[in-house]
Design a protein around this ligand. Structure first.
Ligand SMILES: [Zn+2]
Length: 305
């Protein structure tokens, strides 16, 4: 039976890396953040560059032309050797909608949710000058938990510290065969769309010199493995945070509830305290559609400039 694995997670949570690690198998395929191909909302979404680095690659043109409803089917037809697709679009509304379509088509769906601890996430955001980290973290995961019933939690910390073990356990849960070195995602040429540039930098190799992101932002290490090792996990991040950020984390009861829910420490009744009520959910749906519409309009405008 064909399968689609959906990866959820806030921004900077390692979803692109997880996507390519799982798809690093002859029977796997990474589509990256494919939602943006059909629902572009940023200027670069309007001229998609394929992750394989080949400027002649017309895969996404074909996929776009055959339409959103047949999206995964088109890829399965195009690559008969694959049995599963990994989609790291992350948007819970997209995952929710695609899941119902796939279930009607008899394709099996799995949901994975990658997350950073609030302290780690705050660190990633604050260093990029984004102060609204807490709202971003809570809003994303509350929406995800409101829309997606069953999922496999994937702590970013585990993926960074023990990638092989983490990937092997996900494979087991999703009925995929695990093979050695699967976490070395740069060993395969992926067609991954959009997603995180620093994860995709690792796709750069002697064979794939044209890779557009890597060519301008290549780190200085000598080997591909050396570059990969720059994705590390710092156990002492929390202690390094500014005091007001630490305070914000420890004082927020809902944030703590959500953390313990992910780590499985609390029973599922806790979920009710986290999820949106129907009014909040409808409001969120409206905001999400408006943002997509505004993004599409602005994106077209910027493209014309
Ligand atoms: Zn390609």
């Amino acid at each position: 039976m064909k399968k689609v694995l959906f990866i959820g997670g806030s921004s900077f949570s390692g979803s692109t890396m997880l996507d390519m690690m799982l798809a690093n198998s002859p029977d796997g395929f990474s589509v990256g953040e494919i939602q943006a191909l059909f629902r572009p909302y940023r200027p670069h979404h309007f001229s998609p560059v394929c992750g394989c680095g080949n400027p002649e690659c017309d895969l996404w043109k074909k996929v776009l032309a055959s339409g959103e409803k047949r999206l995964y089917q088109t890829i399965f037809n195009e690559f008969p050797e694959i049995s599963f697709i990994v989609d790291s679009s992350k948007n819970p509304w997209w995952i929710n909608r695609q899941t119902s379509l796939l279930e009607q088509q008899g394709i099996m769906v799995y949901h994975l949710l990658i997350y950073k601890e609030p302290g780690d996430f705050a660190h990633s955001m604050v260093k990029r000058g984004r102060k609204t980290w807490k709202r971003a973290w809570k809003n994303y995961y509350r929406l995800y938990l409101s829309l997606i019933e069953n999922f496999i939690p994937v702590p970013y910390k585990d993926l960074a510290q023990k990638p092989a073990e983490t990937i092997s356990s996900i494979c087991l849960s999703c009925g995929l065969e695990f093979h050695q070195d699967r976490e070395k995602f740069w060993e395969k040429q992926h067609h991954t769309l959009f997603g995180n540039d620093s994860a995709k930098i690792h796709l750069y190799s002697e064979k794939n010199k044209n890779y557009h992101v890597a060519s301008s932002r290549l780190p200085h290490q000598d080997t591909v493995e050396g570059r990969h090792q720059s994705i590390y996990y710092d156990n002492k991040i929390f202690e390094k945070l500014p005091d007001d950020v630490k305070q914000e984390i420890t004082a927020d009861r809902q944030l703590q509830q959500m953390r313990s829910f992910f780590s499985g420490e609390k029973a599922s009744k806790e979920r009710n305290a986290i999820v949106y009520n129907p009014f909040q959910l409808n409001l969120n749906k409206f905001i999400n559609s408006s943002e997509l519409l505004a993004g599409r309009t602005l994106g077209r405008f910027f493209r014309l400039l």
